[in-house]
Every structure is written in structure tokens, then in C-alpha cells.
Design a protein around this ligand. Structure first.
Ligand code: BTN
Length: 237
């Protein structure tokens, strides 16, 4: 996949902005990347906000054109999470993945991914904590590349490197969906076969993490042995 990057000094949300661009211009090519030095209204999954200080972190979104069914979309961000984990491996960090698409280091979140469906494609937004010094302002355990390695990174260069990994993994995904990323995804999941709780709004479901279905949906084995597919929720151990 070829990318063309547009950098902006400040945007409310790269996902929202790229969605608008794609809506206005139906010819906007697949692989268009919108990146912002500062994001003022970053969006997270499940209506949460995504905080990021000016110039310190990577906040960007990618447009993927194609006719994808709704059920295929979650695994696009799983493929992106694999690419982020590979990038971090190369930076000397050992990350884990948490379904559906969080990247963690020792239980602390370093990257969040948000997929938005658009007509004729999908937008994948990625927020990676790069040069953030402290996570005190974030309402959950969080970390950054700087905190983990003690060294700052050039955010522009890190995006270039990240896109090399994304190019491979998103091509895999476009070709074969989750089946093409399953092996890499599962190799970075620490709690396969372990007891987990999945929270979806007010509903908590406890069970064993059995594995993942054909589209990356989580398979949860309840105490009565019945395995059910979970498409949305937050996992805790
Ligand atoms: C999450 O973990 O809840 C997902 C966070 C996704 C944040 C990224 S930052 C770039 C892109 N633009 C947004 O508004 N959100 C995503």
C-alpha cells in the first residue's frame, strides 16, 4: 500500500477531519494519511476522549478504500495494532495486545486505535504516546515511548517507520482479512486460555478467552462450557 501524508499543525480530530475530506472528495485515494501535531478533540472508542499534548505524540488517520462488510472492520484495527506492536519491538519495547485493539506495555496503554466506517471504505485512527513525560493527566494506566526507553523520538520519522509496518499488515488484511493477521495477533496476546471479564456498557461477562473467530471477534467460554462470540467491549483480567 502506498501512503500520501498530509501534516497539519492543529486539528480537532484526525479521524473526523479525514472522514469529512473523504465525504467531500469521493476520489480521495486509499492510503491518504492525515496527521496532526496537535489534536484538540481526539476521540477514543466508546465515546471516550483521547488526550495528546502538542508535538509530543503521534495522532494520525489513514483512509482505506474498498467494499468492506461491517463485520470485517474490527479486524482492520487489529491488523493496525499488530503493525504498531512491530514498530515498538524495533524501538526496544516489548508490547502486548489487548482485544480489540489496544497496545499495552506492562499493562499500561501506549497506543489506542479507532476505526470509523465511511461510505466506500474505513478510516483507521492511531494515537501513539511518543514523547509524553508523565501519564498523570490520563484516567487509566498509560505510558509512552519516552517513558519506556528514556529517549525522545522524532514524531515525523516515527510516522514514516510506522507506515512501513502498516503497509505490510494492512495489505495482508485487505487480501485475506483476519485470517492473514491471526498468527501475529495471537502471538502478542498474553491471556489466551485465561479467565477474563468483558464489559459492554453495564453488562459484565466472565469466562475463558477461548480465541478469536474468523473476523477477529472474541470467543468467550462461559462456566457452562458454551462459547459465545463477542463483538464489542472492554477486556479486563
Ligand atoms: C481508544 O483507545 O479509545 C482509541 C483512541 C484513538 C485515538 C486516535 S488519535 C488519532 C485518531 N483521531 C482521533 O480522534 N482518534 C484517533
Amino acid at each position: 500500500m502506498k501512503f500520501s501524508i498530509q501534516w497539519y499543525e492543529r486539528l480537532p480530530s484526525t479521524n473526523t477531519f479525514l472522514k469529512e475530506l473523504a465525504g467531500l472528495n469521493k476520489q480521495l485515494p486509499s492510503g491518504t494519511v492525515v496527521a496532526a501535531r496537535e489534536q484538540t478533540q481526539g476521540r477514543g472508542r466508546r465515546e471516550r476522549e483521547w488526550l495528546s499534548s502538542t508535538g509530543e505524540n503521534l495522532t494520525f488517520s489513514i483512509l482505506l478504500r474498498g467494499k468492506y462488510a461491517l463485520r470485517q472492520l474490527p479486524s482492520a484495527s487489529m491488523a493496525a495494532a499488530v503493525a504498531v506492536a512491530e514498530l515498538l519491538d524495533g524501538e526496544g519495547i516489548k508490547p502486548n495486545l489487548k482485544w480489540p485493539n489496544d497496545v499495552l506495555v506492562n499493562g499500561k496503554k501506549i497506543c489506542g486505535i479507532l476505526a470509523d466506517g465511511v461510505s466506500g471504505g474505513v478510516i483507521i485512527g492511531i494515537g501513539l504516546n511518543v514523547n509524553m513525560r508523565s501519564a498523570d493527566h490520563i484516567d487509566q494506566p498509560a505510558t509512552s515511548v519516552l517513558i519506556e526507553t528514556g529517549a525522545r523520538r522524532d514524531v515525523t520519522q516515527l510516522l514514516e517507520k510506522m507506515l512501513q509496518h502498516l503497509s505490510v499488515r494492512l495489505d495482508d488484511w485487505a487480501e485475506g482479512g483476519f485470517s492473514k493477521v491471526r498468527k501475529n495477533w495471537e502471538s502478542k496476546i498474553p491471556n489466551l486460555g485465561k479467565t477474563i471479564t468483558v464489559r459492554d456498557g453495564d453488562i459484565f461477562r466472565k469466562g475463558t478467552l477461548e480465541g478469536f473467530g474468523p473476523d477477529g471477534e472474541l470467543l468467550l467460554r462461559a462456566a457452562d462450557g458454551i462459547v459465545s462470540a463477542v463483538w464489542a467491549g472492554d477486556v479486563s483480567v
